[in-house]
Design a binder for this molecule. Structure first.
Ligand SMILES: [Ca+2]
Ligand SMILES: [Ca+2]
Length: 305
């Protein structure tokens, strides 16, 4: 009798587990379908014609790109001419870094973006956020100013980056890449120094992320202690409380610099979902308002929503 009871109990437990797994799979499928529906509902992204892309000498063609148009429509953004959207004021990355540090200090917001660690004199306080050094002690011991959208993402649209420039020559050796773009393209420097794309970060996390794009990864490896940041397979998964912040950076950059940044439909769908799941917070708004005053343009994905 007891044997039968145990057997029945065992069967029930297995059935329950299977039921639960089935429900979970169903939920995941539903979520996937929902994301797909959102992606399908987005206006199609048409490849940018060559004459709308930046020209060889580094100037951006007039007008919108398919991505910037889609963003304006979807987020109902104010009518601001392309030439007045992005950074036109902060003229070096060094200056930009100092403004970010000063702004965070003034706002009493000296916290790193990804891991939420407070920092003092540009050194993260690990105990404030349960940070555990993964591997690089020296870089973990300092904050760095990180490009939320990597500079390479738009850098590759500059010929100075991909091919070089006659002025990019040092001691008889030609160079290209970021250094040449910084030295020879004032337009690149303005984009690279856009304050809305910059955040203080634990140096190690900045170093590990390299120029990987954002995405969602299976599992929670937690290689940085309590910091919910996963970096794997050339993809980075941020903590959920800053996913909206990241989405709004990407949307802003693609809106502010049409022709230099295109977002795929998949990216637009993900950032739409992230923008919804993590709406603008008080601190995010406070920071954007202050940076607006510094840079002289607005971040319409944050301000006035
Ligand atoms: Ca995670
Ligand atoms: Ca947030």
């Amino acid at each position: 009798m007891l044997g039968v009871a145990v057997a029945i109990f065992g069967v029930n437990a297995v059935n329950n587990a299977l039921k639960k797994a089935g429900q979970q799979a169903e939920k995941q499928t539903r979520m996937q379908e929902e994301l797909q529906r959102e992606a399908d509902a987005l206006p199609p992204i048409i490849p940018i014609p060559d004459d709308e892309k930046g020209s060889e000498d580094g100037t951006v063609g007039e007008g919108e790109s398919a991505t910037s148009q889609a963003i304006i429509k979807r987020w109902n953004l104010p009518d601001i001419p392309v030439s007045e959207r992005g950074n036109r004021k902060v003229e070096s990355f060094r200056t930009a870094k100092n403004i970010i540090y000063d702004t965070h200090k003034d706002l009493k917001m000296e916290t790193t973006f990804y891991c939420g660690c407070t920092y003092k004199k540009r050194k993260p306080v690990f105990s404030s956020c349960g940070y555990k050094v993964r591997k690089r002690k020296t870089r973990a011991g300092r904050t760095e100013i990180e490009h939320v959208m990597p500079a390479s993402r738009f850098g590759h649209t500059f010929s100075e980056w991909t091919e070089g420039h006659p002025s990019c020559e040092r001691k008889g050796r030609e160079y290209k890449g970021r250094s040449c773009a910084e030295d020879a393209s004032p337009e690149f420097v303005l984009m690279e120094s856009d304050l809305f794309n910059l955040q203080p970060s634990v140096g190690e996390v900045n170093g590990d992320r390299l120029d990987y794009e954002w995405g969602e990864l299976k599992g929670e490896a937690r290689e940085y202690g309590d910091c919910d940041m996963e970096i794997r397979d050339q993809l980075a998964e941020p903590p959920s409380n800053i996913r909206g912040d990241i989405a709004r950076v990407y949307l802003y950059m693609a809106w502010a610099y049409p022709g230099r940044i295109e977002l795929s439909e998949k990216e637009l769908a993900m950032y739409t979902a992230w923008d919804k799941s993590d709406p603008v917070s008080k601190d995010e708004l406070r920071r954007a308002e202050e940076l607006s005053r510094e840079q002289g343009n607005i971040q319409p994905l944050i301000i006035g929503r």
